[in-house]
Design a protein around this ligand. Structure first.
Ligand SMILES: NC(=O)c1ccc[n+]([C@@H]2O[C@H](COP(=O)([O-])OP(=O)(O)OC[C@H]3O[C@@H](n4cnc5c(N)ncnc54)[C@H](OP(=O)(O)O)[C@@H]3O)[C@@H](O)[C@H]2O)c1
Length: 281
């Protein structure tokens, strides 16, 4: 069986490819990349895979049995069309099954909802494609909070609008473990599963970061409007409201819903105690 992974030059695509290379049991793993030069030295065949280029996608998917489609990064409307290019190319190239990395989130009522809706549209397009499929709705990556540690230290706090809401975070490595399962067996075909670990509050996140980095950070709750303004000033008018909308969703409880991670993989998601212990210096 040949498995292809799109956006293999990105952090999630690469983590999934690495996991599959390690665990492969006769499967051939290939990567698709918009910028193949960003995926050099992976030790697997890399083919061109720009979501905006239907002919290129069709040619690159020849001989592929199972395809992992990593959700794109463009504006929501553009994303839907790009994902359709991949789905259509997969159908015409004879791909049997698509696994899609979707997102957990509020479908209405937050500044992140347009992105969630674009993911839901791609989910619907995949279900209507006639191909076998499995869809994962990913939790929020925890790594950016770790990468932000110097910025948090400078401010002495984590400030956002999540309040007491709990967030089902995950890591790209844990997602890679789950997607390897969805790609290599058919138990979850036709299903849409949520993928994240035990939900935690921002106060708990602060406590884990303090233990791991020896800091004395505190949590500061902002209103949604304040936080969106803050993120927009730092990250710009596209990403700022998206980040603000994610925290609005945390406050409203969407990331507290049950996770299917253990049902998919046969083991619990890595605990946050173990994850943060692995970071301690
Ligand atoms: N769950 C979360 O918390 C969370 C957070 C952020 C994003 N996401 C979603 O998760 C996805 C993967 O995350 P990541 O950490 O791997 O992101 P990343 O490291 O920034 O990688 C993004 C990847 O998307 C590729 N890409 C962008 N536009 C493309 C296009 N038009 N055609 C083909 N490839 C394209 C990039 O290719 P190049 O090498 O050519 O740039 C890169 O490989 C993101 O795309 C986003 O949809 C989830």
């Amino acid at each position: 069986m040949t498995i292809a992974i799109t956006a293999v030059s990105g952090q999630l695509g690469r983590a999934i490819a690495r996991n599959l290379i390690k665990t492969a049991d006769g499967e051939t793993i290939i990567g698709l990349a918009r910028t193949p030069a960003n995926a050099k030295d992976f030790g697997i065949e890399i083919r061109a895979g720009d979501y905006g280029q239907p002919d290129q996608l069709r040619a690159s998917l020849v001989g592929v049995d199972t395809l992992l489609l990593v959700s794109g990064m463009d504006a929501p409307d553009a994303r839907i069309g790009q994902h359709r290019n991949v789905i259509d190319a997969a159908k015409s190239a004879g791909v049997r099954k698509i696994v899609y990395t979707s997102i957990q989130g509020m479908e209405e009522g937050t500044a992140f909802s347009p992105v969630v809706q674009s993911n839901r549209q791609t989910e619907a397009d995949i279900r209507a494609s006639g191909l076998d499929y499995a869809i994962g709705r990913n939790g929020i990556y925890i790594e950016p909070d770790v990468e932000y540690i110097e910025s948090y230290k400078a401010k002495g706090e984590i400030a956002n609008s999540a309040g007491a809401g709990k967030c089902g975070y995950t890591t790209r490595d844990e997602l890679a473990h789950a997607y390897a399962h969805l790609l290599t067996n058919d138990d979850h075909n036709g299903k849409t599963v949520t993928l994240y670990g035990t939900p935690i509050t921002q106060a708990e996140l602060v406590s884990y970061l303090n233990d791991a980095f020896g800091t004395s950070l505190t949590y500061h709750e902002m209103t949604s409007a304040e936080f969106i303004a803050d993120r927009t000033a730092e990250l710009g008018a596209f990403i700022g409201p998206i980040i603000g909308g994610i925290y609005e969703g945390i406050r409203l409880g969407i990331y507290e819903e049950p996770s299917d991670f253990e049902a998919v993989t046969g083991r619990p998601h890595q605990s946050w105690k173990d994850y943060f212990a692995s970071l301690e210096r």
